[in-house]
Ligand binder design. Structure first.
Ligand code: HEC
Length: 416
């Protein structure tokens, strides 16, 4: 489970002579861990107080050194993101040193506030809720379910933020929000991914195959000022929810909040979904006992665009994902690099400011998979050939980009 331990070039002079909890460790934990590790949030235990942290001191030192926690999979040396959660080498060394020194408390002082993240300060304009509570079975197995949530929206409406609200933080592991304008997927409501009918629904062209990817600790996605994403009249929201294994029965009734654009919308937010059709080394078949790599690119972009967010998507066999753009003047623009893909963390990565791509730029992506029996994530034993599909045991290679058409000055628009 734990990644390779980072070798740290550390000399004692860089650390304070005496490392104690309140001045040194508490701000790191409250800022980087407590947003999830508190009651009713995703973390399996609380890390709010000195007592909480000392109870698991060694474990905390271990998971921070391995960079397993805080969970963040995009390589920060390749690109930084607005919603990034990464400890510095210095912070990791402080924790290690403190634990080795016996976790001294130091002089108590005012608690560091827990960051709330960017959050709409107003009520959502539209909330759609699962039609009925879903009973998560007590069978200790994972459940992947689809739900159909009609919006009954009377007219096309620009939205400035989307938010997924899990009904049960313990049960919901992650969720994908899709928008359908065909109104032909109602029947999927409550369906398990193993239902053969899902194969039929996955052929429907969705208005937005990835409106939002939610993982624990994620904040709502915001669009820049004066831009908005169109939610079409009478859209149906389709949820794909991954429920964690549970030994006790749980219920969940999750919802999605939409915040309508308040100011004038000058530019529409579009989705560029690079899907399996963009793959250049077809067919998309992961042969048993192989570690294939697939490549895709957009061809030359017909117009200049400005990227808002990026989200790679693969399933259990995915291992690495790389995306970059090359401009007509051969400038290479790094977009995202994930060297330790983890299916559990389907994160929407928000750029720190708009990333502008001139007309004629090509976006490239490559993904590697491991379909061997050596891969502990392999859902099949014996292993077999895997092809495209919505089910977690099938595979996908998607890169989802939110963008607006370029305007001069976009380079300087920071994200919230
Ligand atoms: C985005 C939410 C989030 C943040 C931030 C976060 N955690 Fe976690 N943590 C989780 C979840 C969810 C799990 C349980 C699932 C897992 O192990 O992946 C977990 C598990 C753990 C575990 C148990 C690992 C195991 O193998 O059982 C430890 C220890 C831990 N976290 C410590 C920390 C520390 C220390 C920080 C801050 C430096 C932190 N976490 C930040 C969500 C988070």
């Amino acid at each position: 489970m734990l990644g390779i331990l980072f070798s740290m070039k550390l000399n004692a002079q860089q650390l304070p002579a005496k490392v104690t909890y309140y001045p040194h460790i508490e701000p790191i934990i409250r800022t980087n861990c407590a947003p999830c590790h508190q009651p009713k949030k995703a973390g399996p235990f609380s890390l709010l107080t000195y007592e909480d942290v000392t109870k698991r001191g060694k474990f905390v030192a271990q998971v921070t050194q391995s960079r397993y926690m805080p969970p963040w999979h995009a390589d920060p040396q390749f690109r930084h993101f607005a919603n990034e959660r990464v400890l510095t080498d210095q912070q990791i060394a402080l924790i290690k040193h403190w634990v080795e020194a016996g976790m001294p408390e130091g002089r108590k002082r005012k608690e560091t506030p827990i960051p709330q993240g960017p959050y709409p300060v107003r009520q959502p304009d539209l909330t759609v809720t699962m039609n009925q509570p879903f009973q998560v079975p007590n069978t200790n197995t994972e459940e992947f379910r689809f739900f159909h949530l009609p919006t009954h929206l009377p007219q096309d409406t620009y939205i400035e933020a989307v938010e997924f609200v899990p009904g049960n933080h313990v049960a919901v592991h992650h969720s994908r929000v899709m928008a359908d304008t065909t109104n032909a997927i109602q029947e999927i409501d409550g369906m398990s991914e193993s239902d053969p009918k899902v194969k039929e629904f996955q052929t429907k062209p969705l208005a937005d195959a990835f409106m939002y990817g939610w993982v624990p600790g994620n904040f709502p996605v915001f669009f820049p000022p004066n831009t908005g994403k169109k939610l079409y009249a009478n859209t149906d929201i389709i949820l794909n929810v991954h429920y964690a294994p549970s030994p006790i029965p749980l219920t969940d009734q999750s919802k999605v909040n939409f915040y309508f654009a308040k100011g004038p919308v000058n530019r529409e937010v579009y989705t560029l979904t690079m899907n399996e059709r963009y793959i250049t080394n077809q067919p998309f078949v992961l042969k048993a006992e192989t570690k294939p790599i697939f490549y895709m690119h957009t061809g030359r972009l017909p117009e200049a665009i400005s990227l808002i967010s990026i989200m790679p998507h693969m399933h259990l066999l995915g291992k690495t994902f790389l995306a970059y753009a090359i401009t007509p003047t051969d400038e290479v623009i790094p977009l995202i690099k994930i060297s330790n893909w983890d299916f559990k963390w389907q994160t929407t990565y928000q750029f720190q400011s708009l990333v502008t791509l001139p007309k004629g730029t090509v976006i490239f992506a490559e993904a590697t998979y491991d379909n061997t029996s050596q891969n502990p994530e392999n859902p099949y034993s014996p292993v077999r050939d895997i092809t495209y599909g919505w089910g977690s045991k099938d595979e996908m290679m998607n890169l989802i980009l939110y963008y607006v058409n370029y305007q001069p000055g976009d380079e300087n628009i920071p994200m919230r």
